[in-house]
Design a protein around this ligand. Sequence first.
Ligand SMILES: Nc1ncnc2c1ncn2[C@@H]1O[C@H](COP(=O)(O)OP(=O)(O)OP(=O)(O)O)[C@@H](O)[C@H]1O
Length: 311
Amino acid sequence: MIEHPILSIKNLSHRYSSSWAIRDIDLEINRTGILGLLGSNGAGKSTTMNIMCGVLNQTEGSVLINGIDIREQPELAKRQIGFLPQNPPLYLDLTVDEYLIYTAELRKMEYRQIKPALEEAKERCGIAHFSNRLIKNLSGGYRQRVGIAQAIIHKPKLVVMDEPTNGLDPNQITEVRTLIKEIAVEHAVIFSSHVLSEVQMLCKEIKMIADGRIVFSDTMDAFNNYVEPHSVLMQMENPPVTAELLKIAGVDKVDFVTERQARVYFTGDREITERLIAASVHNGWRLSEISLDKTALDEIFKQLSTKTMQS
Ligand SMILES: Nc1ncnc2c1ncn2[C@@H]1O[C@H](COP(=O)(O)OP(=O)(O)OP(=O)(O)O)[C@@H](O)[C@H]1O
């Protein structure tokens, strides 16, 4: 028997009226766990997710869910997908139970399977005690849990979540992230975010999308290595001239941020900090602070985002 990938997207492109929102997206998921789709607002995350869940018809390319073409056999393919869109379609005047039973029926679940599936989904999402509560009387975090419950009630292979923590308060964000991690033990989860730290925290694999194209695709470890700081910030009471700093092995470039603070770009290992401290002591630069430059991470993120626009 042929084993199909859970999700296989090839050369996916979409055009709204005249302009392309996404171009040539390739993506494959073969196992459970979380894949992060990272991109800033307007990068093309929602467009990609709406197409992969059969909500939007693509202009070009193909989406196969477990080997089934979502455009050719949408009903069959959608049974394997759970989707939490950016604005979950919750019916505020229904109770949690009424709503979840309705979504199970939409998925054409067998009648006798619905009751146990309902209980299991509520249990997993921590909403069993709200079974008879109207959705409009739930907090944002609990509404999001109901949204997640409708995405998993039919036990799909693939769960797609479009910015699931957007608009939640910090406690709710932590709870929803924990829930996503739990769900990913049994399901393949693809999750979008514009928050780099969130993707770093949750995902083993990352696809970064910018201006409708994938600009980075690898494991989270590879991404973290890639975006390791390449500069340090040095605060000195008696700073040297740039040329003195450039003499130190590994230093590529120096920018003075203020008269006494230099950003020192380097290649190679992080032992550069030790060499800089030693040089400072030796030459009397009176170093008061030295740190790996965190803003460098954002800079690299920006560079990756704009890479395709320039090429
Ligand atoms: N219905 C639409 N009609 C025309 N253009 C659209 C439509 N929906 C999205 N776009 C455009 O397509 C591009 C990609 O948008 P998309 O919503 O997929 O991005 P996103 O990464 O999900 O961003 P956000 O987080 O802001 O939703 C943007 O330039 C957006 O303006």
